[in-house]
Structure formats: C-alpha cells, structure tokens
Design a protein around this ligand. Structure first.
Ligand code: 13P
Ligand code: SF4
Length: 298
C-alpha cells in the first residue's frame, strides 16, 4: 500500500499532509505531519498541484482557502469536527451586533461560513500572539470556550466567549488527572488548551499538539502524562525511545481523526476523490481571515 501511494503521489504531483491525531499508519504515509497551523503553512508553501489532507474537514478547507488554484482532497470525506459544527455564521452576526467594537477572532476549528464572518482566524499555537497584535480592546473569541479562557490569561483585553468546546478534550476531568498522577507520580503533565481550566491549572505545561511535542523533546524528564489525543503519543514514542509517555485518559481519542484509513489515502489519490469545493459567496471573506492569521502569526 505504501509503495502504491508513493507511485500515485508522483503521478499526480501530490503531497500528503497529516495531523498528529491521525493513526500511526496514516502518519507513516505522510510527507509532513504537524499541528493545525504548521499544516496550513505547509499547504501554502508546497509547490505540489494536489494536497491530500489526512485530518478533518476544516483543515482541508483551510488548505483550499489558502490555495485556491490547487486541488485539495480530504482523504476521508466524513471526517468532521463537532466543535466546528457548534458555531453558525448567525451566532457571529448576533454577537457583533451586541459588541460592535469587538474584533472577532475565530479558532480555525470552524466552518467556512463562520470564517467568512470573522476578522481573523487563529490556532491554539498563535491565538495569544494574534490577539495582542489587534488594536481592539474587546475580543469575541469563538467557538472554543476552553481555549478562549486559556488565552484570556495572557491579555488584559476583554474576551467574550461562546459556549463551544471539543468533546474529546472537554470530557477529561480532574479525577482522570488525579488517577494518572497517582499511577505515574514522576511524570510531568502536558495538556492541550482545549481542556478545561482546572486541567490546565494542574498541568506542568499547556500548548498546541506541536508545542507539547517540543516540550517533551526539550525536557530532561523521562516520563510524561499527555493531555491530548493519543496520536501525539505515537509521535513522541517514535522520537524518544528513552522516555515514557502515558495518556491522561485511556479514552483520549478523536473518533473523527481516526476515521481515515491507509486505503482512503490510496483511493482518494487514485480516483481523485473528495475534492474540496468552497461556495464562491463565502470564499473571499473566509480566505481573508485566514490570510490575516498567516500575516499576524509571523
Ligand atoms: P492543534 O492545532 O494543536 O494541532 O490542535 C488541533 C485540534 O483539533 C485539537 O483538537
Ligand atoms: Fe475537533 Fe476535538 Fe477532534 Fe480536534 S480533537 S478535531 S477539536 S473533535
């Protein structure tokens, strides 16, 4: 299967991008594995005519918005992000009317329609930086209330939150953390900001998937409890055979991220399946918000 994918990639002038949460098998087939921001940057800088995205829909849509001239294929067409589906464009319009002076900062985990209503997108790795660079004193941050309240720790600006969340991260409780710490008392705890505030408070480190991976790489510690989707642990174990990594919960799995199989990667390349097409009426505004993120995150 890997050989066939390699051959198809050459024939189709394609690059395969995969998020850290993908299965180990799929990550093995990828040319580049990264967090949401790194994947968006890679999609933009790649010279290949086709991008095969192994992740969820909003990631492939972002790649398309940043590369209108390229073909973007989502390896598994039904892989979505339930948090992105929690926010409708109308919610942003309503909040804007209520807070007319506020800038709308939108987590990239959102629909194209929501992006078209926003001022600037962000990911968990650049949200604080972007908010700092905006002139507005009031920020409407959505959809993730957990990431929004984490970011609020780094600014004096007023952050207006929306009631969205990631069901995979938000379900992790302080009891899960206490149990993991009891089982592995020497381990440092690194968590994603999509976790609840009490989990972040009790952790040694909080950051994006990529930042968690760098933290574990640079630390002298030998054991880590990882508070994000278990795909990050495959990467850490591959990179550091001298260190031990434990999931914060046995149930820390994003079902949507795990939908993509190696066969899907092969099939989408072979038959040009699941090409991302974006409604022209929202394309330009959504692309503008993402382009501004790329600019402000520099
Ligand atoms: P990262 O930007 O940290 O990769 O996170 C993406 C995501 O979907 C987290 O659930
Ligand atoms: Fe969406 Fe959560 Fe899955 Fe990330 S882990 S893709 S935020 S459901």
């Amino acid at each position: 299967m890997y050989n066939e994918i390699q051959k198809l990639k050459k024939e189709k002038d394609a690059i395969i991008l995969a998020h850290f949460y993908q299965s180990a098998q799929v990550k093995e087939a990828a040319d580049y594995v990264g967090d949401s921001f790194e994947l968006a940057k890679k999609a933009k800088s790649s010279s290949s005519g086709t991008i095969v995205f192994c992740g969820v829909k909003f990631m492939a849509e972002s790649a398309k918005l940043l590369n209108p001239q390229k073909t973007v294929l989502l390896a598994e067409s039904t892989a979505g992000c339930p948090m992105a589906d929690m926010l409708k464009a109308e919610d942003i319009i309503r909040l804007r009317a209520k807070y007319p002076k506020a800038a709308v900062v939108l987590y990239i985990n959102s629909s194209v329609e929501a992006k078209a209503q926003s001022d600037v997108c962000c990911t968990s790795s650049n949200a604080a930086k972007i908010i700092k660079k905006l002139p507005n004193k009031q920020i409407i941050f959505l959809p993730d209330k957990n990431l929004g309240s984490y970011i609020a720790r780094f600014t004096d600006k007023e952050i207006i939150l929306f009631d969205g969340y990631c069901h995979v991260h938000d379900k992790i409780t302080i009891d899960d953390l206490i149990k993991a710490k009891q089982a592995y008392p020497k381990a440092l705890v690194a968590v994603h900001p999509e976790c609840r505030a009490e989990i972040v408070d009790a952790a040694d480190f909080c950051g994006s998937t990529s930042q968690i991976i760098s933290y574990a790489a640079l630390s002298n510690a030998k054991e880590f409890i990882i508070g994000t989707e278990q795909g990050v642990i495959d990467v850490l174990e591959k990179n550091h055979s001298d260190k031990k990594f434990y999931p914060l919960s046995d149930n820390f799995i994003c079902p949507n991220m795990k939908k993509t199989l190696l066969e899907d990667v092969r099939n989408c390349l072979k038959y040009n399946l699941n090409s991302i097409e974006i409604e022209p009426s929202v394309f330009d505004n959504a692309a503008k918000s993402l382009e501004l993120m790329m600019e402000l995150a520099k």
